[in-house]
Design a protein around this ligand. Structure first.
Ligand code: NAD
Length: 485
């Protein structure tokens, strides 16, 4: 197998080191017939050649996965835990190359990319000690009932571009830890990290257990329609999630849908603004707002509103633009998202909403998909920026006075992925949190999923879910053993 860094013929922008990327099928990197190139979001220069998988590549991967599954499904928990530990080790030994690749394809800072890579390794390490066990459900004189968990088969995993490694590795480790085999498709906007990771992981896994194929919607459709792929785990937009669900109906695949969120952040009148504003700023502006759980609608109690807004503007200035030193901020990761974001600013201007800082202020000739932190004061609840997930550093800040009213406004959105509440009164925080229609509510901290806590959306944010011990249940069939006495 070629090494991670090879002097191949792939094009680079002259700054990125030369690295080759392959689809990984049946334990081996496969030379592709066709390639595409992703644009570096900081410079708009083309990056490396990314191989495009064909329908035949996918079919070959499916055959290999089904073959591998016959053995992998019988592996013991201890064997699987050793394997996931070995994969963590592979990631940690290759932090430098994986960091470099992620930095280039997403526009994130080096520090943030490194953090992502290391976090991917933690996911694997976490499941080294966490597994589903048989559970005694019931027992009397006549019968003993035990719930067991069996792998479903070959998982088709489909990932988005915003965290190309973390969001993909959750799917991979959950599949492997439960005895499934996995074929994963990265987003064509960020194919490199995942392809390289899959290639590297082959050194510690049996062929066919973990494979990667790169392509766009067409390849994703083939995966969801394939008869010999048995379940799908998808992270992405609501519209694509709905389409995938329809496609999976034909073969009645089990589906996990991790979809968009338009997350409310509620700041109460007793909040300590010195402590809270920096948290809210990270929650809204981290990775330029391209985070599924980011604070996308901020509701601040009227009594604090003016002070909060002033401090948030001050805090937002710390998120540098066009500066490699910025740890938490960067450009938008691709042109499509950049243009969509400009549309939100245009709509705010057209409707006369007050843009307190930021906006589309960069010279037209400037390179890269940069939008500075942009804060919009008190747009109405039916503004486009409030109704739709912006996935950009453009943040609406509204005010509230009555608790019931702000809860109702937070719940107005049809998505229900994450929310946050800031108040030192933890009873009040929990009272509000429990009324929010949202899979996770963060209290007095900005939104970030923890590998030990179950994570999944409500309403249009999807169903199923991942992470924690409970997340593994969605990668399994539950089998009931009823044993006569
Ligand atoms: P997207 O839905 O456009 O694409 C996601 C993946 O689906 C890509 O790999 C894409 O190639 C593939 N795809 C597109 N059409 C397909 C089809 N018809 N069949 C099968 N696959 C298809 O999403 P995106 O723009 O890559 O990601 C951003 C979105 O993801 C945001 O809405 C964000 O909130 C959401 N997201 C959710 C979570 C979560 O955990 N809930 C996490 C991260 C991102």
């Amino acid at each position: 197998m070629p090494s991670a860094e090879t002097n191949g013929s792939n094009g680079t922008n002259g700054h990125a080191p030369t690295v080759q990327f392959f689809n990984v099928i049946d334990g081996k990197p496969r030379i592709a017939e066709e390639y595409h190139q992703v644009i570096d979001p900081r410079t708009e220069e083309p990056l490396w050649d990314a191989p495009i998988a064909t329908a035949k590549d996918l079919d070959d991967a499916v055959v290999a996965a089904n073959r591998a599954f016959k053995t992998w499904r019988k592996s013991t928990t201890a064997e699987r835990q050793k394997a996931v530990h070995d994969v963590a080790d592979v990631i940690l030994k290759n932090v430098d190359i994986l960091t470099e690749v992620q930095m280039r394809e997403t526009g994130k800072s080096r520090l943030m990319s490194k953090f992502d890579v290391e976090r991917a390794a933690w996911h694997f390490e976490y499941y080294r000690t966490v597994a589903l066990e048989d559970e005694l459900q019931y027992e009397d004189d006549t019968v003993r009932i035990i719930a067991t968990h069996a792998p479903i088969g070959v998982l088709g995993a489909i990932s988005p571009w915003n965290f190309p490694l973390i969001l993909s590795t959750v799917k991979v480790v959950s599949a492997l830890a439960t005895g499934n085999c996995v074929i994963i498709k990265p987003s064509p906007f960020t194919p490199y990290s995942l392809l390289k990771f899959c290639e590297l992981a082959q050194s510690v896994l049996p062929p066919g257990v973990f494979q990667a194929v790169n392509g766009g919607a067409e390849l994703g459709e083939l995966m969801t329609l394939h008869r010999d792929i048995h379940h799908i785990s998808f992270t992405g937009t609501i519209a694509v999630g709905q389409r995938i669900l329809r496609n999976c109906a034909g073969t009645l695949k089990k589906v996990i849908l991790e979809l968009a969120g338009n997350n409310a952040c509620i700041v109460c009148d007793d909040a300590d603004l010195d402590a809270v504003v920096p948290q809210v700023a990270i929650g809204a502006l981290f990775h330029a707002g391209q985070v599924c759980v980011a604070s996308k609608r901020i509701y601040v109690h009227e009594s604090l509103y003016d002070r909060f807004l002033e401090k948030l503007v001050e805090e937002s200035k710390k998120f540098a633009v066009d500066d490699d030193q910025s740890v938490t901020f960067g450009p938008l990761s691709n042109k499509a998202n950049y243009e969509r974001a400009l549309g939100f600013i245009e709509d705010c201007k057209k409707n006369g909403y007050k843009i307190v800082t930021g906006g589309d202020v960069r010279p037209k000739e400037a390179k890269g998909f940069w939008i500075p932190p942009t804060i919009v004061a008190k747009p109405p609840d039916d503004a486009l920026l409030v109704r739709e997930e912006q996935f950009a550093p453009i943040v609406p800040v509204m005010s509230w006075t009555e608790e019931d009213d702000v809860i109702a406004r937070a719940n107005l959105d049809n998505a229900g992925l994450g929310a946050s509440v800031y108040t030192p009164d933890l009873d009040r925080a929990q009272r509000i949190a429990r009324q929010l229609e949202s899979g996770t509510v963060w209290i007095n901290q900005f939104e970030r999923p923890h590998h030990a806590g179950f994570f999944g959306g409500w309403k249009l944010s999807g169903f199923g879910g991942e992470l924690g011990k409970q997340g593994l249940l969605h990668y399994c069939h539950t089998q009931s053993l009823q044993i006569a006495k």
